[in-house]
Design a protein around this ligand. Structure first.
Ligand code: SF4
Ligand code: SF4
Length: 387
């Protein structure tokens, strides 16, 4: 029996009515004004490939690769086309036909970020480069170690506790956020420790065309989360939360931003003042990670003297599905209106809970030489301001 035919039956690109209602929601269509860079164009390409009307050439596949998987098109589509399923399965099916450089970059990023030794080497290299070449803003590694004190203290105590999952890229660039999670929980008398032995939730491979490997990591992740050691596991990378919720939703896992917002939302008079201009970014993963963006705004609004902005456009920042790595120019072009907003409103600090968005902002901030603008995870900002 031909399984591939069965697999594609429920993801039939023919479900697309070609109405075009998704077009103006798509960030890649907006910057390129090219039908092939739109959801409808991509569906036509997938249809052509699956029906062997189109060869899986580099020029066809590049339009599937440039999709950021923001899924703004899915929300806008009256026919309820499963865009995530279509794109990820097409990327998987035609992965072998991708150009050499795409496969090489994907292989390296996956091999390094899912291997603790290679990840350690990359981490040390980035630290070295950061110190030697003074590219502090570019690499933006704010803390080099996890807070082992907090870890040891909780480990000694035999009670069940909250596990903190860092994710693969965040394990390099955002160790500070894990530390801040631990501290916020400590201030609320909750014991926590870092989840060990899980390098990646699986989204890294799954979203880029290696579904089998992604699912393997997803299974390891879920087994470790539900090994009985934790009453709950919280992860602070919203991309991981989105993927975990989508593939193996269980009560044991919750996004860390969501968990901490629920913890703090009924407490008053809890923050120190600051007169910063802060812009809160809403990553595309907000909905699937189940983060209540309004609740985040409400909690931050209780910080005395803080001036809060949100971006005028709701487009994806352009970093998703490794586009910052594979299609850097697209990512820079897509984020540009947000960078202009930051400039014209004299923003001091951007808050975002997605690691890819953070790196995309930092990259464009550096390109535009906006040294005074910082990028932080909301949990770190909350911890910094908590009394
Ligand atoms: S997922 Fe986002 S980038 Fe991809 S086609 Fe849809 S709207 Fe465009
Ligand atoms: S909105 Fe849906 S049905 Fe209409 S063109 Fe886009 S994907 Fe197709």
């Amino acid at each position: 029996m031909d399984n591939s035919a069965k697999q594609y039956k429920i993801l039939d690109p023919d479900n697309c009515a070609m109405c075009g209602m998704c077009l103006n929601h798509c960030p890649t269509y907006k910057v390129n004004n090219n039908e092939s860079e739109s959801p409808r164009g991509r569906i036509s390409i997938i249809h052509g490939l699956n029906a062997s009307l189109l060869a899986p050439t580099e020029s066809a596949l590049k339009h599937l690769n440039s999709c950021t998987l923001c899924l703004a098109c899915e929300s806008a589509c009256p026919a309820k086309v499963d865009f995530y399923g279509l794109i990820t399965k097409a990327r998987d099916k035609y992965y072998k036909k991708q150009k050499f450089l795409f496969k090489l970059k994907s292989f390296f990023i996956s091999s390094i970020l899912t291997n603790p030794i290679l990840k350690r080497i990359l981490f040390e290299f980035i630290n070295f480069a950061q110190d030697i070449f003074l590219y502090k803003k570019f690499f933006n590694i704010k803390q080099k170690k996890y807070h082992i004190d907090a870890y040891d203290e909780t480990v000694k105590n035999g009670d069940s506790k909250i596990g903190i999952f860092s994710g693969c890229a965040s394990d390099i660039f955002q160790k500070n956020v894990a530390n801040d999670c631990i501290e916020v929980l400590k201030k609320n008398n909750i014991k926590s420790e870092l989840v060990q032995k899980v390098e990646c939730c699986g989204s890294l491979d799954y979203n880029c065309g290696r579904i089998e490997k992604g699912l393997r990591y997803n299974n390891i992740t879920n087994n470790e989360f539900s090994n009985g050691k934790y009453k709950k596991v919280i992860g602070y990378a919203s991309g991981c939360s989105s993927f975990i919720n989508r593939n193996n939703k269980s009560n044991i896992y919750e996004d860390a931003t969501s968990f901490i917002l629920n913890l703090l939302s009924n407490k008053i008079d809890k923050f120190k003042e600051t007169n910063k201009n802060v812009c809160i970014h809403r990553p595309c993963t907000t909905k699937s990670a189940e983060i209540d963006f309004q609740k985040l705004l409400s909690v931050l609004e209780t910080i005395p003297n803080l001036k809060i902005f949100t971006f005028e456009d709701n487009y994806c920042c352009g970093a998703g599905a490794q586009n910052l790595l594979h299609n850097t120019k697209n990512s820079i072009n897509i984020i540009e209106p947000k960078i202009e907003f930051v400039k014209s409103n004299k923003i001091d600090l951007i808050l975002t809970y997605n690691i890819g968005c953070s790196l995309n902002f930092i990259n464009s901030i550096n390109i535009n030489n906006m040294k005074r603008v910082d990028v932080m995870h909301p949990i770190s900002f909350i911890n910094e301001r908590l009394k």
